[in-house]
Design a protein around this ligand. Structure first.
Ligand code: PRP
Length: 172
């Protein structure tokens, strides 16, 4: 079994989430904001983020599958759950747990733009900038991470560890 090395405690995650929620609430005041959570990894972050917002929002989810590599996106991306609410002329904020190569976000931004939204922006709890392969911008990054395998707070390794309240680095 890999060892779990503590990386971010729940307290610091809470602070980051509250801070970014405050900024989003102010930036999207009097706009029609739709949060789109990317399943599965973002489910806990989105739940906490939404409860910290002080503006009304609508919430939907997409599910993206990527094939061809065990631990990161291969670029061979397929949508396995579509959006269900109308985002035409709405302001959309994609909510991700982690932006890694950026391939998932590139795909999703294109997909969401095809519905004619007013804006599409990105909020990601973790941002692995140094692994980026595409030119996406994370508009609301919370915490930068270097290389390493991250789990907890929604993020998995082989579908394990998603339920952990803290975030860890896996040591094999
Ligand atoms: C992870 C993460 C992002 C994506 C980021 O999802 O939640 O959606 O990878 O990688 P990229 O920037 O290299 O495209 P994953 O495919 O592990 O699925 P999951 O959210 O269901 O765990």
């Amino acid at each position: 079994m890999p060892e779990l090395i503590p990386f971010l405690k729940k307290d610091s995650i809470d602070k980051m989430v509250a801070e970014v929620a405050h900024k989003i609430s102010s930036d999207y005041k009097n706009r029609e904001l739709v949060l789109i959570g990317v399943l599965k990894g973002a489910f806990i972050f989105l739940a906490d983020l939404a409860r910290h917002l002080t503006i009304p929002v609508k919430i939907d989810f997409v599910r993206v599958a990527s094939y061809g590599s065990g631990t990161s996106s291969s670029g061979n991306i397929r949508l396995t759950k579509e959006i269900e609410i109308d985002i035409k002329n709405k302001d959309v904020l994609i909510v991700e747990d982690i932006a890694d190569t950026g391939l998932t976000l590139t795909y999703l931004i294109d997909y969401l733009n095809s519905f004619g939204p007013n804006t599409v922006k990105v909020c990601s709890l973790l941002d692995k900038i140094e692994r980026r392969k595409t030119k996406i911008k994370v508009d609301y990054p919370c915490h930068e991470v270097k290389k390493g395998f991250i789990v907890g707070y929604g993020i998995d390794y082989n579908e394990n560890y998603r339920q952990l309240p803290d975030i860890y680095c896996l040591k094999f």
